[in-house]
Design a protein around this ligand. Structure first.
Ligand code: URA
Length: 440
């Protein structure tokens, strides 16, 4: 085979065979094909698209390019979740202990944040002492012993994706749905879950800004998983306004703990109950946990009875973290300066633009531009209102947590543009827009 023929075939809009995709990806990952040929193929895929079968082959080949976890000898059914990333999304910190508290083993590998999107691994870093760099053996052993483990992805999970993603980043080929879907799903397949709940965000603060694109991405990922023999559910959830109140790593840990203590912001709590409910539904495999109202009741009992919080405590202790943070949030990184932004007029909130809030948190130092940038775990914002709420002029609207006055000014610039008012009532935003089930 020749790389140039495969590039030309895709350039002309034809479907590539499994053998062609395999040959290309394997040679590129080994370093036997130059970046310029891989870049040309990526651009041809972006412009011409891929069929379901091609996307499945590309994903499976990337998943098989490194280590592939098999948890079947230690866990009867491994359930995982993935969020396409958003502002204030700390769902994993709640749903993992919550499903584990229901007796469903929860073993998950998470990533770091990039741009305005947060990442679970950064939030874990806010917990003093917690080790999120586990070996595969440690990961397996904690999954078996405690039924809960959360850590960073090992370097050898889908290395082909790592190499291709870096190339996409510098060749304007990131926003291709087949490339995004195969990139995300290659890592999910390699992580060994039997059932996966995908939380695809849509809105101004998400990767996908239109419902049409979000649905198409969700469907593509669900199809890949189903073709690979995994049980799949995708939800399309709102990311026009931040999820919950807190945005920023340590602040989000505190909010997740509040939900595990039976409180927390209503939208975030509901979001977690739904995602955890779908994870239980997958784990029940059609024999138990079939009714979502009953599942919700069961989960609420686990939250209010403290079992979910106990699971998080167990996880933090097993990974060397300081569990006292669960009772005393002051042990988490704290910002030196706390500023309040008040409502500049009375009215109904018509917009709390998640992208602007995310940019503000980024300017405060909560996010990174490049993978190698360091971040400030203490900083962030708390947004006290939701779209549809009525506020009075002068009411505290946003609390800003920061360490550097210059950064504060830059963040305030974004925050001032984030909030819009209306004189007439505004409908609250839905939490979810759609659910997509996998079928082969
Ligand atoms: N996240 C990924 O892992 N890959 C993409 O292509 C986009 C988001």
């Amino acid at each position: 085979m020749r790389a140039v023929d495969i590039i030309a075939k895709k350039r002309d809009g034809q479907a590539l065979s499994q053998a062609e995709i395999q040959w290309f990806i394997e040679n590129y990952t080994r370093g036997d094909l130059p970046d310029y040929q891989a870049a040309a193929l990526l651009m041809a895929i972006l412009l011409r698209g891929m069929e379901r079968e091609e996307i499945f082959h590309l994903t499976s080949i990337m998943a098989a390019s490194g280590e592939q976890l098999d948890l079947s000898d230690i866990i009867p059914y491994a359930v995982d979740k993935h969020s396409s990333g958003g502002v204030g999304d700390k769902t994993t910190l709640v749903v993992l202990p919550l499903v584990a508290a229901c007796g469903v083993p929860a073993a998950k590998m998470s990533g770091r944040g990039l741009g305005i999107s947060g990442g679970t691994l950064d939030k874990l870093d806010a917990i003093p002492g917690l080790n999120s760099k586990l070996t595969i053996d440690e990961f397996r052993s904690l999954a078996q012993k405690n039924g809960i483990v959360l850590c960073g992805q090992t370097g050898d999970l889908a290395p082909a994706d790592g190499k291709l993603y870096a190339l996409r980043d510098v060749t304007a080929t990131v926003p291709s749905l087949p490339l995004i879907a195969s990139s995300i799903m290659s890592k999910k397949l390699a992580a060994g879950a039997n059932g996966i709940v995908l939380d695809v965000k849509v809105g101004v603060g998400a990767f996908m800004t239109t419902l049409e694109d979000a649905r198409a991405l969700a469907q593509m990922m669900v199809d890949i998983g189903a073709d690979a023999g995994r049980d799949m559910i995708a939800v399309i959830s709102d990311m026009n306004q931040p999820l919950g109140v807190a945005i920023g790593n340590a602040l989000e840990v505190v909010e997740a703990v509040e939900v595990l203590q039976g409180g927390g912001p209503a939208d975030f709590r509901e979001h977690c109950l739904h995602v955890a409910g779908l994870m239980l539904r997958l784990a029940g495999r059609g024999q138990r946990w079939t009714d979502m109202a009953e599942i919700r009741e069961f989960l609420v009992q686990r939250l209010e009875g403290g079992q979910a919080l106990d699971k998080l405590r167990q996880m933090i202790a097993a990974q060397g973290g300081d569990t006292r943070v669960l009772d005393n949030p002051l042990l988490l990184p704290q910002a030196r300066i706390i500023e309040t932004m008040v409502a500049e007029r009375s009215g109904y909130i018509s917009q709390i633009a998640a992208d602007k809030i995310g940019m503000a948190a980024f300017e405060l130092g909560a996010g990174r531009e490049k993978k190698t940038d360091s971040i400030d775990l203490a900083v962030g914002v708390k947004v006290h209102f939701k779209v549809g709420d009525y506020v009075k002029e002068g009411a505290p609207l946003i609390t800003i947590f920061v360490n550097d006055p210059e950064r504060l000014k830059r963040a305030q610039f974004h925050l001032q543009q984030a909030v819009w008012y209306s004189d007439t009532p505004v409908e609250p935003l839905p939490l979810f827009y759609d659910t997509i089930y996998g079928s082969k």
